[in-house]
Each structure stands twice: as structure tokens, then as C-alpha cells.
Design a protein around this ligand. Sequence first.
Ligand code: ARG
Length: 469
Amino acid sequence: MAQLWGGRFTKETDKMVYQFNASINFDRKLFEQDIEGSIAHVVMLEKQGILTCEEKDAIVKGLTGIRSDVEEGKLSITDEYEDVHSFVEAKLIQRIGDAGKKMHTGRSRNDQVALDMKLYVRGEILQITDALHELLATLLHIMEQNITAYMPGFTHLQKAQPTTLAHHMGAYFEMFKRDVLRLKDIYKRMNYCPLGAGAFAGTTYPLDRAYTASLMGFEGPTLNSMDSVADRDYVIEFLSALSVIMMHLSRFSEEIIIWNSNEYRFVEIDDGFSTGSSIMPQKKNPDIAELVRGKTGRVYGALMSMLTTMKGIPLAYNKDMQEDKEVTFDAIETVKNCLILFNGMLATMKFNYEIMEKSATNGFTNATDAADYLVNKGVPFRDAHAIIGRLVLYCIEKNSSIDELGIEELKEISPVFEADVYDAISLKTCVEKRLTIGAPGQKAMEEVIRINRKFLEESRTDSSCDKLR
Ligand code: ARG
């Protein structure tokens, strides 16, 4: 057991207490951030005359040596240390002696861990944004290829009106676009540096907090030292954004599972992204989509866990907050894997255009357009709705679609019908007449694709969130 705080104690810590309290087994993930934060801290200490240039150089050299040794596997982070901060400090003192003991001047583990976690989440926001950009690029590609690929649109999982594959994919584009914007928004709000807050009341050393903040690409220092060590709002916001991403992925997965079913056969998932059954040789299962849907629960769980952990904590730091790490690390890992795998599955998925189009031509998806046809001939909409309702009933009895009826039959239902009705309610017309922005008509769709292509290019090269990249 290697602790930083033995002085006041007369007894060894109970072994189980030590293990229960220790966080090294998971906060070792913060190793890089801990080194980065420590380097910034000592560089600032030297600038302020608190450390000599030699001391600062020795510490920085010691820290970078520890970092490369861990990276190269020459040094391992073992659980004889309580947490990653203790590990780094102990190793530094072992290596450079007394100068190492000065590193923690004007710092507490409370502001140190607040910083490490912020640096970690900040980096992950950029990585997850990148994964979302990849998914958006796949969606945009499918949209561009499928502006006239007709398919039924659904409400209540009942065929409603015809639309296009580009339009359906475009709905998901908007969702994941908002996810990108949400992450960028969180990044900007959280990007203030807590280092220098000390245990919670600041320190008596003349620290230059703004300088430390600038060294690590923060907008500036946080403005209340108590809040600095007690704030995990950004973790909650981040987990909430991750939960929304999973909710979107899960909805999409559900649709793919339905579309991939024997009954629908709208899509075929690539062999590389499907699995078989141990007993039924004919089976090809959409396991990746099902797993993405299933893993949504554990990301929601992380959010619930953090909301609950934080709700009763008096100011300032309390050990409860150590619980932020495992759930957040797990949620990050889950979301990254889900985004990458889902994107791979989507990019390789085959669409059965014939089946989709055929499905759009039955199920009375042109009933609204038939009513609109009558409206254009002067029938009030409510009457037109009733006439088409009767017409649909007639068709169901005859087992035919509206456009399979002869003009005489149509005229019996309403004398307003003329020969031009067939063109007016054809699949193509139904879609192509919908030209308001956001609708599936070709011109409208092309305009939206142009706007979204520009969004993706600008978002990918936007440097407002990654000053240090
Ligand atoms: N492992 C701790 C955590 O993750 C580090 C901070 C410890 N601070 C303290 N006052 N015990 O929260």
C-alpha cells in the first residue's frame, strides 16, 4: 500500500478498506491527462517563481520519462498505489528525489482529478464527434445515390405515404447532426480549467491560473474554486448527449431489424456484419443492430448513475465523485464501438429497391394524393377524404389498388374523376410533387443534400473545439 497521506495516521489501513477506497484500477485511464496537467502546473509554478528553473526542468524530464516508460511497457501502473495521481508522484520522487516532492505545491488531488477528468472527456468529445462525422458521410452518400429510390413511409408502422430512401436516411442525418452540435456545445461550456482551485478554497501561492489554463487549451480558469472541484455537470451533460446518440442508433437499429426481416426484405445486411445460428442453418441474424439496441440501456444507466450520485453531495469534494469514472469510461467505450460498427453495417448494407418500390405501390399510400386530386377539382377536403375512404373500402373488397380500377368504376364513386387521375396518383407524382423544403421531392432533396454536404465539410474542419489538435 502506497499512500500520500500516512503522516496523521497511527494504524495501517484495513486491507479491504484500502481496496474499496482505491481507484487505480480504473483511473489509470487518466494517466496521460495526469502527466499533461502536472507539466502545465510546474511550468506555471516556475514562471511564478515558486519553483526554480532547475526544479521545473527536473520534474518535467521525470514526468516525460515516466510517460514514455509506461507507453513503451517498461513501467507498469500497479495497484500498490491508491490512485493514478499517487502512482505518478511516487514514481517521480523515486526517480528525481527531492525536487519531485515539490510538484504538488499549490495543488490538491481534488483540483487535479477535476482537471484530469475534464481533459479526458474533452478528448473523447472530439473522438466521438469524428465517429459521428463518419456516420454522417455514409448517410449523405446513401442519400445522394437514392433520391428517386421510392419506398413507403410509415406512421404507426402502417404504410402511410410514399417517400424515398434519400428522405428516410435524411431524417437520421438530421438526428446525428444535432448530436454533433450538442457535443460541440458541451465542449465549449465545459472548457474552463479547474486547476488552482486547490482542495476547494484556492491557495495562498501566487498561482497564475489563466496561464495554466492557456497551456492546456482552455478558454480560461473556472471562476469559483468550490464549484471547480465539485462540478460534474459536464459529465452529466456528456452522458446525456451519449444517451441521445444511443437512442438514435437504437431507433435506426430497430428499423434495420424490421427491414431485414423475412417479411419486409427491404435490406440485406452484409455477411460480414451478420451472424448465424448454432442450430438453424438457414439463419442470418442482425446481431450487430440488436446489440446496439441492447447496449443503449447501459449508456442510459451511466447517465442515471451520475445524476443519482451527484444529487445529494454537499459542497465541495466528496469521495462519492470518484464514481464518475467507471460509468463514464464504459459509456464512452460503448458509444464509440456502436458508432463504428453501426457505420460499417450501414455502409455495406444492400437495399432491395424492387421490393421497396413495390411495397410503396400497395397499401394505398397514394390515398392522400387521390383526395388532393379531388380537392384540386373543387371538392372540399373533408368531402374528398370521405370519398377516398369509400373508394379504399371498395378496393379492399375487390382486392385491388386505386390505380387498378377503371375510370368507369372510379366515376361511380365520384363523377369528378377524369382520366388524368392515374398520372396524378402515380408513385412518382406522389413523391415528386412534394417540393417544400424538407420534403422528399427531388428538387427539395437536392437542396437539402447541398446544405448538409456544406455542414459536414465545415463541421469536420471546424477548429473552435480543438485548439490543440
Ligand atoms: N481518486 C479520487 C477521485 O477520483 C481522487 C481525488 C481524491 N481526493 C480526496 N480528497 N480524497 O475522486
